[in-house]
Design a protein around this ligand. Structure first.
Ligand code: NAP
Length: 470
């Protein structure tokens, strides 16, 4: 579905007319193209005194070949030298016209409310130096692992980051807070690569946790252009929309994709899986024997599975008073019970290989609720509960479980929404537009990466920092 207003606002005429009439001017977001570097443009790194992530962050910036700048500071010099990079020296007075594609700040050293001033001191002088489409990343320590003033201060980072997302979103800039557990310093690479790159163009205002679960111990040597080489990925509802984009993106990253959809969509599904060199299975995920049959087929034909994406989902909207029981049941069955049953069977029969990735597709409706969607919102909030319930259990088996919660994504599902609500859905977001199916797919590919073994139990909204449910 195309966003006609967005095209107009970014046309020659629209750029002149829209501001005069006080109309929104959604920025054009750059998406990732294969072969592109992680980041094009300079990165400024800073740190509150006592931070513990300089070495690992500078190491990642070195690995991706970023032009790195840092303040004149002995600790940072040493960390840069240890990481094998020579960071350019930054000072607000001497920086001239230098602009930055990303501002990354290690706030782990902040241990009380006074210390929060370090955020102001780092970001304020460079607030006008961030490029359109830039990235702002704050690194912290999970507050729940701390006590007293440190806990308070680390929790406060959320308000700063989410507000920065709202302030800079009009320029297509995204802002994230990444909490890194103590001991997980060497696990940040896949997450930093994702949030620095155009792959996260429509993800903003998010809080992510990197932990030290069982999946986190081994740090694999990865070919970052094909991180999923040798992996088998099951994607349900793969014949169109978001599922099709997930299948394409995981295949681009090297996975053999097994696409699944219902029998009436077999032809569409085959078109997708043929294009990406994958395999197709037709199933109704709600059938009684679906988990057993699916587990048996995956074992027999592919030797098992590494990545499971529960994307198939339906809406059957009605206000509660008008909702027939079968409509309630269908939605809960497809969106919640099927993922639960299939996951349990794949784990029980050991069809999910060690280091497996289980990925749920929730929705902003599961966070904020929605008029006429008691059934759908219940199922999608249930997907978040599914992640919470399984996170420790799957980590013990070396797996991870996470979910995405898409906001307004341009698909057949959202094309059916009445015009006024559709426009509101698009514009009421820091990035002022709907997302593309590929935005959800890229987030899933980050979870799926062998480099994301320490990313467990997260629910990331892919919503352009939609104001609904914020
Ligand atoms: P979509 O175009 O309707 O695709 C969903 C696919 O799943 C369809 O091919 C559908 O087939 C299939 N499916 C439905 N029931 C199934 C079953 N019992 N067994 C196997 N396959 C089944 O939807 P989408 O917009 O791409 O959404 C994909 C996922 O993202 C869903 O979980 C949705 O709830 C979620 N989501 C989407 C948005 C958005 O803005 N689009 C926002 C939040 C969350 P049918 O033809 O039978 O439906």
């Amino acid at each position: 579905m195309s966003d006609r207003y967005m095209k107009f606002a970014n046309s020659l005429l629209g750029r002149q007319v829209a501001p005069k009439l006080g109309l929104p001017q959604p920025p054009v977001l750059k998406r990732y193209r294969p072969g592109q570097p992680v980041i094009e443009g300079a990165v400024l790194f800073g740190q509150a005194p006592g931070g513990r992530l300089a070495a690992s962050t500078l190491g990642v910036l070195g690995a991706i070949g970023a032009e790195t700048w840092a303040a004149e500071d002995a600790a940072l010099r040493e960390a840069a030298a240890n990481a094998g990079i020579s960071a350019k020296i930054f000072s607000p007075d001497s920086a001239g016209d230098q602009k930055f594609q990303a501002l990354v700040f290690d706030a782990t050293g902040i241990t009380d409310a006074e210390g929060l001033k370090a955020l102001y001191e780092f970001f304020h002088p460079v607030g006008r130096k961030i490029r359109a489409g830039g990235r702002l990343i704050v690194l912290g320590t999970p507050p729940e692992s701390l006590e007293g003033g440190a806990r308070l201060a680390q929790r406060a980072l959320e308000g700063f980051t989410r507000s920065a997302g709202k302030e800079f979103g009009g320029k297509g800039v995204t802002a994230q807070l990444v909490y890194v557990a103590e001991g997980a310093e060497d696990q940040i690479e896949s997450t930093l690569r994702f949030f620095l790159s155009p792959k996260s163009a429509f993800v903003s205002g998010q809080v992510v946790r990197i932990g030290v679960g069982a999946g986190a111990t081994a740090k694999p040597e990865l070919d970052w252009s094909k991180p999923l080489a040798g992996k088998v990925a099951l994607v349900t509802g793969a014949s169109r929309g978001i599922g099709e984009a997930i299948a394409e993106t995981l295949a681009r990253d090297g996975a053999h994709v097994v696409g699944l959809d219902i029998e009436p969509l077999a032809e569409d599904l085959k078109r997708v899986t043929d294009r990406i060199g994958g395999s197709a299975i037709t199933f109704d995920v709600t059938a009684d024997d679906a988990p057993k049959e699916l587990a048996a087929q995956l074992k027999k034909e592919h030797g098992g599975v590494d990545i499971v994406v529960h994307n198939a989902g339906i809406t059957r909207d009605k206000r509660l008073a008008n909702m027939k029981p079968e409509i309630w049941d269908q939605v809960i069955q497809v969106n919640l019970i099927a993922p639960e049953r299939i996951t349990a069977e794949l784990i029980k029969k050991k069809v999910l290989h060690r280091g497996g990735r289980i990925i749920g597709v929730s929705s902003i409706a599961g966070i904020a609720g929605n008029n006429g969607q008691t059934n759908y919102a219940t199922s999608k909030a249930g997907v978040i509960g599914f992640v919470d319930a399984l996170r420790d259990e799957v980590a013990a088996g070396g797996h991870t479980i996470n979910a995405v919660a898409p906001g307004f994504i341009e698909t057949k599902m959202t094309a059916a929404i009445p015009f006024g609500i559709r426009e509101a859905g698009r514009r009421l977001a820091s990035l002022g537009q709907g997302g593309q199916p590929v935005d959800v797919a890229e987030t899933i590919a980050w979870y799926a990466s062998p480099g994301s073994g320490a990313v467990n139990g997260n629910v990331v909204r892919v919503c352009g920092q939609g104001l609904i449910g914020a």
